[in-house]
Design a protein around this ligand. Structure first.
Ligand code: SF4
Ligand code: SF4
Length: 443
């Protein structure tokens, strides 16, 4: 809980220096600027495949962990579990242990009950507000937005988002709790396909615990039917009934039962992390298979290989990506014009994005000889694009009257765009090329 909540609440406040023209927030979904910043990485809209790749990795990672260790995501990292645990912690501080809470729930509305309930709901609402507040900080400069919120000058979208997340956190974490996991979340249904009998999950050693009965009674197993495991279960299930869809593998029943076993002088592990094949082996008196052999099996190795493959591809793509984004579109209506001196001229619409945090000069040239190159409104074949902006440029290529290029119907050519060096970019600048065509008179 500390780790996941810490990451969520602290991340928007981490600063990252990218120069004066770019935001200094380490993790920022900049919707207005149409970019995603993640520490030293900057993802532009045309690089959305990075986000898609990360989502695929997240999915494969979930498959991997579920097939190896059951629903560890649900039990340890799912926001619904983490926030529900936090709400239960607050409930315990204010209303007492489980028995005290049941007594309070069943009692009449006295001054004491009103005071405790009001305090609990107020703290829950505060947590909900902090949750919604932290979320919106991911989408704009966090310190600036915090100032705007206190000055009541924040954008209405920020207020509405905060309100929705405050209420959903309050209701989901405070009142609906396990109902969300059992009835609203599709993951319990899907995870069954990821697990098999080798998956390490939570299980009850019924060969050891049954028949259950009072401690020390003749002919009974280790389970004294104290129901401590049932009482701590956030899903309200009894793991002694066997594997169940609702179990989120949180392990609270293990801790509760181990405490009881310690008190009655029995070995721990009546409820334990266990593969179902091991349960069968133990019942037959055989030793369980080492945990690493349950984890390292063809299914998990396949998921690991796929996960690593996507990850390596993303890292390679990250290092190979160009810092110049350009598109070249020949104007087709008309495909060419004949000037008064017989020169054949083609027009191209260029969209050139400066992906650096400072103004940058770009120079155009053609790879093949015989072309004249001009840019509308410029004396030289150069343009300067402001930091983080996209320039729309009209570029002209011409071939002298009677030349082979002018007489050909169509000639392939390569347009080169060279970006000057910047303080953040590669030393000596960088260049990219685009293949396009030149249309002549033909015949
Ligand atoms: S906590 Fe252990 S001893 Fe108590 S009911 Fe559950 S399994 Fe049995
Ligand atoms: S049965 Fe145990 S592991 Fe499963 S949800 Fe309940 S307490 Fe958590």
């Amino acid at each position: 809980m500390v780790l996941t909540l810490g990451i969520y609440y602290i991340t928007p406040w981490i600063r990252w220096d990218r120069g004066p023209a770019l935001p200094d927030q380490a993790v920022l979904v900049d919707i207005a600027g149409r970019r995603f910043f993640f520490f030293m990485i900057e993802i532009w809209p045309h690089e959305f495949y990075f986000v898609a790749g990360l989502l695929i990795m997240a999915g494969l990672g979930l498959f991997l962990f579920t097939s190896a260790m059951g629903r560890v995501w649900c039990g340890y990292a799912c926001p619904q579990t983490v926030w529900t645990d936090l709400f239960i912690l607050v409930e315990r501080w204010i209303e007492g242990d489980r028995n005290a809470r049941i007594r309070l729930q069943r009692s009449r509305w006295t001054g004491e009950k009103i005071r405790k309930r009001a305090l609990k709901w107020t703290v829950w609402l505060g947590i909900g507000l902090a949750t919604g507040g932290a979320w919106i900080f991911y989408f704009t400069d966090a310190p600036g937005l915090l100032r705007d919120l206190f000055a009541l000058e924040a954008h209405p979208v920020a207020w509405v988002t905060m309100l929705i997340l405050t209420l959903t956190t309050f209701v989901f974490g405070g009142f609906m709790r396990e109902q969300i996991c059992i009835y609203a979340c599709p993951w319990p249904r899907i995870q069954a396909a990821m697990m098999d009998e080798e998956t390490i999950t939570i299980a009850y050693r019924d060969w050891r615990g049954e028949p259950r009965g009072k401690a020390g009674a003749e002919g009974t197993g280790d389970c004294i039917d104290c129901k401590a495991c049932v009482n701590v279960c956030p899903m309200g299930i009894d793991i002694r009934d066997g594997q169940q869809l609702a179990c989120i593998t949180c392990g609270l029943c293990i801790d509760a039962c181990d405490d009881i076993m310690g008190k009655i002088g029995k070995p721990r592990g009546l409820i334990d992390y266990l593969a179902l094949t091991d349960e069968t082996r133990e019942r037959e008196g055989k030793a369980p298979i080492p945990a690493w052999r349950h984890v390292l099996r063809p299914r998990t190795l396949l998921y690991t290989a796929l996960w690593a493959g996507v990850g390596i591809a993303l890292v390679v793509a990250l290092f190979l990506r160009s810092d110049i984004d350009v598109s070249v579109t020949p104007v087709r209506n008309p495909t060419y014009v004949t000037l008064s001196d017989g020169t054949i001229r083609n027009t191209y619409d260029i969209r050139l994005r400066n992906m650096e945090g400072e103004p940058r000069r770009f120079t155009f040239s053609v790879g093949e000889p015989g072309y004249g190159l001009a840019i509308e409104g410029a004396d030289l074949p150069e343009v300067e694009v402001p930091a983080n902006e996209t320039a729309h440029i009209r570029l002209y290529l011409s071939a002298a009257a009677g030349s082979a290029l002018a007489r050909a119907t169509r000639s392939d050519l390569t347009l080169w765009i060279e970006g000057a060096a910047t303080t953040a970019g590669p030393a000596g600048g960088s260049r990219v090329s685009k293949d396009t065509v030149f249309n002549g008179k033909g015949g």
